[in-house]
Design a protein around this ligand. Structure first.
Ligand code: SF4
Ligand code: SF4
Length: 95
């Protein structure tokens, strides 16, 4: 991969490092550097907050993105199930 390709990959990876949507009651963070794209969070999340990205991360995987965080009910199943500890759900205004 040339330098241009590397820069593009780094820029895209930064976009994946934290995906969050600030419309709902809770904020859902996905650490794109830790995520291995296993899809466990997608399986457990009833309101379908997550989707896998169509873009590869620097790890060479399609990481999860919190595309419907406004639907999160803070059930905590994704945090419990994530084998990479890549997820964090918090109430708005909390760290
Ligand atoms: S806490 Fe529950 S509702 Fe919210 S993103 Fe995780 S699995 Fe989905
Ligand atoms: S469960 Fe964790 S590692 Fe697996 S796709 Fe979801 S955020 Fe990524």
């Amino acid at each position: 991969m040339g330098r241009g390709g590397e820069r593009r990959a780094e820029r895209e990876a930064r976009l994946f490092v934290r995906s969050e949507q600030r419309l709902g009651r809770y904020v859902v963070h996905v650490d794109g550097e830790l995520c291995d794209g296993c899809g466990v969070c997608i399986f457990f999340c009833k309101p379908s907050v997550f989707e896998l990205s169509r873009e590869l991360s620097l790890r060479g995987v399609y990481p999860a993105l919190a595309v419907r965080a406004e639907a999160c009910t803070a059930c905590g199943l994704c945090e419990l199930g994530c084998p990479q500890l890549a997820l964090c759900v918090s109430a708005r205004g909390e760290p």
